[in-house]
Write a new protein. Structure first.
Length: 223
C-alpha cells in the first residue's frame, strides 16, 4: 500500500513542476516593482543579482565537495572489497566474521553514496532555479535601462532624493487616505529630507494647518 501511495506522489510531483525559487510574478511585483523609482528598481536588481551570484558560487562548491566525497566512498568500497578477497582465503571463524562486517560496511557506504547523489541532484536543481531567477532579473535590468535610464551609483544624490521622496510620499498619501495618524518617527524622517522635497512640503503644510486649527479652537474656547 505504501509503495502505491509513494508512486502516486511521484506522479503528482512530476506533473506539478514546482521549482524551488521565487515565481517571476513575485520578482517582478514584490522585489522590483515595489521600488518607487526606476533607479531604485535597478539597485534592487543589482542586490538580488549579487545575492544569487554568491549562492551559485557556494552551491557549485558544494557540488565539487559532493563529487570528491563520492570518489572517497568508492575508494573505501574498493578497499573493503580487497579486504574481503584477502579474508576469503582463510576459512577460520574470525575471517568469516570480518567478511560479514566488511559487507555490512559496504552496504552502508552504498546507501551513503545514494544519499549523496540525491543531494547533488537537489543542488543541481537549485542552481538551475537560481539561474532562471538571474535570467529574469537581467531581462528586467535591460528593460529598465532601455526604456527609462541607465544605472547610477547608489550614492548619486539626486537619485537618492527622488527615491526617498517617492517612498515617503507613498506612505504619507496612504496614511492620509486611510486616516491613519502620522507617528513622530515618520514625521522626523520626512523632515530630514531636503527642503524642496514634495513630501516634506506637503507634510509641513499639513502641520501648519493643524496648528492653525488648534489656535483657532483655542480662540473659540476663550470666547
Amino acid at each position: 500500500m505504501s509503495t502505491d501511495i509513494l508512486l502516486k506522489v511521484d506522479e503528482i510531483l512530476e506533473k506539478a513542476n514546482m521549482p524551488d525559487r521565487h515565481t517571476f510574478f513575485q520578482i517582478e511585483k514584490f522585489i522590483i516593482g515595489k521600488e518607487p523609482t526606476a533607479q531604485a528598481q535597478l539597485w534592487a536588481i543589482i542586490r538580488e543579482l549579487q545575492s544569487r551570484k554568491e549562492s551559485v558560487y557556494q552551491l557549485n562548491k558544494d557540488l565539487k565537495d559532493c563529487e570528491d566525497n563520492l570518489e572517497l566512498i568508492d575508494i573505501k568500497i574498493e578497499r573493503l572489497d580487497l579486504s574481503i578477497k584477502k579474508q576469503s582465503k582463510n576459512n577460520d571463524e574470525e575471517s568469516l566474521l570480518n567478511i560479514k562486517e566488511f559487507e555490512i560496511n559496504i552496504r552502508k557506504l552504498e546507501r551513503e553514496k545514494e544519499s549523496l547523489i540525491l543531494s547533488a541532484q537537489k543542488v543541481n536543481k537549485k542552481v538551475n532555479n537560481i539561474i532562471e531567477e538571474i535570467d529574469f532579473l537581467l531581462k528586467g535590468y535591460e528593460k529598465i535601462t532601455s526604456n527609462y535610464e541607465n544605472l547610477k551609483q547608489v550614492d548619486d544624490e539626486q537619485s537618492q532624493k527622488d527615491m526617498w521622496n517617492e517612498k515617503l510620499l507613498e506612505e504619507f498619501n496612504l496614511r492620509i487616505i486611510l486616516q491613519r495618524p502620522l507617528d513622530p518617527e515618520f514625521v522626523k524622517t520626512v523632515l530630514c529630507l531636503n527642503d524642496d522635497a514634495p513630501v516634506k512640503i506637503q507634510l509641513i503644510s499639513l502641520i501648519e494647518n493643524i496648528q492653525k486649527k488648534i489656535i483657532s479652537n483655542k480662540h473659540l474656547e476663550k470666547k
